[in-house]
Design a protein around this ligand. Structure first.
Ligand SMILES: Cc1cc2nc3c(=O)[nH]c(=O)nc-3n(C[C@H](O)[C@H](O)[C@H](O)COP(=O)(O)O)c2cc1C
Ligand SMILES: CCCCCCC(=O)C(=O)O
Length: 364
């Protein structure tokens, strides 16, 4: 990496990166990163739901030997803020996910690498100094999918995060208006050699969804199959109901990510933070729960943990920081979030993550 990246003066909060990123990204790339599906109502709700939650302060606590460390699936993490899987970091900087993983290492944050990354999962793993998990989109070619799993295992990834909420590329009007066209599957770095005839497009008078496209989409049986071919911990990402959380557990999964995909898949889904308590109640501690959607402040991290998450994933904020200041930006935005989170812990009387519970939320 030859360019030097600097944090612009005046960037003091995660959201400060967004307007600067908008100036640097092409309009198509900005539409892809920032946008959601349809009217982007769930994108807005993800923020509004956090903003509505009030915190309950506590004073004069003893914070001796406090900290933010945790263990997930036997792997140690310094803090509970991970990078959500996101496709196409190459739209932000040419170094793409290689720059991101360097930044994640600087902030000692775990990173989940997307199936649709612009560098191969092996290239990213070689540059990593931080725990990596692999996000899997189950491909219609299950042999190819098994190969992706084997590659992730061999490259040292610590878990599989199987995204189950997006069997089809959503009708994202902001992307369409901006002229953003996603690459073909076989053009993705991890999927060279994959052949597919399945395109979710319909001519006038044809059915979009029910002409065979979904015949090859992932089903619950595929989760049982994945369980049988890997020893890696498996998390399902995109769980939004207690029923699906229960079904995931009966299929032997190891963790759940409560997520509405950042409002990018089905509009008017509730905010992820809104459904987290009901999923946590159903899961009742049997497997760890992670959540994402709208995390923009350290106080949001605290609220998610108070509602039963073990850790959170952050999406757009690090993509914007990447576009503005490369690896330094990624490290910086994660550092800002961690600092804010620690301050919020202390001011609500929490010495460790185990102290964060429902009583940090102001009721009434
Ligand atoms: C540009 C972009 C690309 C994404 N790509 C993926 C992906 O490849 N796989 C996936 O499971 N989720 C993907 N997501 C969803 C994120 O993992 C995450 O659920 C979401 O961004 C969280 O919301 P936030 O952006 O408000 O933090 C993507 C999100 C964005 C913004
Ligand atoms: C069939 C779903 C493809 C989604 C591509 C990447 C992603 O998850 C996102 O843009 O969001």
């Amino acid at each position: 990496m030859t360019r030097s990246f600097e944090i612009p003066p005046g960037v003091v909060a995660p959201d400060d990166y967004e307007p600067l990123a908008r100036e640097r990204l092409t309009p198509e790339a900005y539409a892809y990163y920032a946008g959601g599906v349809a009217d982007e109502i769930s994108v807005r709700w993800n923020r509004e739901a956090f903003e509505r939650l009030k915190l309950r302060p506590r004073v004069l606590g003893d914070f001796t030997d406090g900290g933010t460390g945790l263990t997930l699936f036997g792997q140690p993490f310094e803090h509970p803020i991970l990078l959500a899987p996101a496709a196409h970091h190459g739209l932000a900087v040419p170094e793409g996910e290689i720059a991101t993983v360097v930044g994640a290492g600087g902030a000692k944050a775990g990173m989940i690498v997307s199936t649709e990354s612009d560098f191969t999962l092996e290239e990213i793993a070689r540059a990593a100094r931080t725990p990596l998990w692999f996000q899997l989109y189950i491909q219609h070619d299950r042999g190819f999918t098994a190969d992706l799993v084997r590659r992730a295992e061999e490259a040292g990834y610590g878990a599989l995060v199987v995204t189950v909420d997006a069997p089809v590329y959503s009708l994202r009007n902001r992307e369409q208006r901006a002229g953003y066209r996603p690459p073909k599957l076989s053009e993705h770095a991890n999927m060279r050699g994959l052949h597919t005839n399945y395109v979710a497009e319909a001519a006038l008078g044809e059915s979009l969804m029910f002409r065979g496209y979904l015949d090859v989409a992932a089903r619950w049986a595929d989760i049982a199959w994945l369980r049988s071919i890997t020893r890696l911990p498996i998390l399902l990402k995109g769980i939004m109901t207690p029923e699906d959380a229960e079904r995931a557990i009966t299929h032997g999964i190891d963790g759940i990510v409560v997520s509405n995909h950042g409002g990018r898949v089905l509009d008017t889904l509730p905010a992820s933070i809104e459904v987290l308590p009901s999923v946590a109640q159903q899961v009742a501690g049997r497997v760890p729960i992670l959540m994402d959607g709208g995390i923009r402040r350290g106080t949001d991290v605290l609220k998610a943990l108070a509602f039963g998450a073990s850790a959170v994933l952050v999406g757009r904020p690090y993509l914007y920081a990447l576009a503005v200041a490369g690896p330094a930006g990624v490290a910086h935005v994660l550092h800002l979030l961690r600092c804010e989170f620690e301050v919020a812990m202390v001011l609500t009387g929490c010495r460790t993550l185990a102290d964060i519970g429902p009583d940090v939320i102001w009721r009434g």
